[in-house]
Design a protein around this ligand. Structure first.
Ligand SMILES: O=C(O)CCC(=O)C(=O)O
Length: 380
């Protein structure tokens, strides 16, 4: 069983690949993957969103990025839902398909090949099966591969799988195009706030100063999908996320503005599912929402998704932009770098909206210039 375990790389206990669990567990999933009743996914038609005839995340056409109507539609979606599906986004469909096929090819490699890239909690780079380092902590029904694309100093092709042979080139090209798309959306988000088009990008450290990384998630078939989650409820800690999912397998569930009901997203083929992350919620002083989401898994089909995280430069102080702070609208968050913020995520794993809420509590309890209001996230 050495091919299923990675016990020596700094994790608190041996890491078992969900792919191996799925292949061997029969009809019952191990206890560690069973979520408490209150966290289990809604798989009923009522949660089906668009497919069930209910509300769903907006679809926004990005074919005219300079039109006022485009920034208005982006801003309305991000204020209300924190999410939208981007169509006519300018990234070639062939590239979406080749990147997705390459990564599916990686997860189909023999276990010995995948294990060459096993990750550790020090950086999370590589092939992994858990987030968070608490011994005995809950596990999600998914394996993943995590890698860096920007800044160039963090990118290393040697840390990317060499098999299948197309993977490195497809990932490189995909990353370049998605960064360009993220920059276009940053302009739309800025103008949607009534700011100059480059304002948000400047707060991220300018073009060339930003960070980008990607987590490719692989959710094997699960015999009891009603008991577990592929990724537990969380908001994304970074700036924003461009998610590419399997066109035909649903799984992503988003908290709707309507009393926080979970809605299952119905993927539009070749669209990106875009969402605001915590850093843009902070910069926009909560005008744009970083909304909780989670992933349901399927008994019938495996699923692959590629989450591209676009982030501010990691050592820049991030705080509500002064233009969005007014006497009636005080700064809701203290200043903190993204490096400081993600310490929390790495130690504790995903925790719904707990971190952002604790920051907000600190900011509203102490004056903005009180040094105690800007403490390290790991201390919260
Ligand atoms: O697989 C999905 O649909 C979403 C994945 C996700 O939320 C994440 O990787 O943070």
């Amino acid at each position: 069983m050495t091919s299923c375990f990675n016990g020596g790389a700094g994790w608190p206990e041996p890491v078992v690949r969900v792919q191996a669990v799925s292949d061997t567990c029969g009809a019952t999933i191990p206890e560690r993957y069973v979520k408490p009743l209150s966290e289990r996914p809604s798989l009923s038609p009522a949660a089906a969103g668009g497919a069930g005839g209910g509300p769903n995340i907006p679809v926004v056409d990005l074919s005219m990025p300079d039109a006022d109507a485009t920034s208005e539609a982006v801003a309305a979606a991000c204020r209300e839902w924190g999410f939208f599906q981007a169509v006519n986004h300018g990234v070639r469909p062939e590239l979406l398909r080749s990147a997705r096929a390459a990564w599916r090819g990686f997860f189909r490699q023999p276990a010995e090949v995948r294990e060459r890239y096993a990750n550790s909690p020090a950086t999370y780079e590589g092939y992994g099966s858990r987030l968070g380092t608490a011994k005995g902590g809950p596990l999600d029904w998914g394996d993943y591969y995590f890698l860096h694309l920007l800044p160039p100093s963090l990118k290393s092709h040697d840390k990317w799988p060499s098999l299948p042979a197309s993977l490195r080139e497809a990932t490189e090209e995909y990353g370049e195009e998605v960064v360009q798309l993220c920059r276009r959306v940053m302009r739309l988000l800025s103008t949607g706030l009534g700011l100059e088009a480059g304002r948000l990008q400047a707060a991220f450290g300018g073009e060339g100063g930003e960070g980008a990384c990607m987590r490719v998630n692989f959710y094997p078939r699960c015999p009891q999908p009603e008991l577990t989650l592929g990724v537990a409820a969380h908001s994304d800690p970074g700036g924003m996320t461009m998610l590419l999912v399997d066109d035909h397998v649903r799984g992503l569930q988003v908290r709707s503005p309507d009393a926080g009901k979970w809605i299952t997203v119905d993927p539009v083929p070749d669209a990106f599912i875009f969402n605001i992350g915590d850093q843009i919620q902070v910069l926009s002083n909560a005008a744009y929402k970083s909304v909780e989401h989670r992933v349901a898994v399927s008994a019938a089909e495996e699923r692959l998704s590629m989450a591209f995280f676009y982030n501010p430069r990691s050592d820049l102080p991030i705080a509500p932009m002064p233009e969005l702070v007014a006497p009636g609208r005080p700064a809701l968050y203290p200043e903190m770098t993204f490096d400081e913020y993600r310490v929390f995520i790495r130690q504790r794993g995903l925790a719904g909206k707990a971190q952002l809420q604790s920051l907000q509590a600190k900011a509203t309890a102490a004056p903005a210039d009180d040094p105690a209001a800007g403490g390290s996230p790991s201390s919260s």
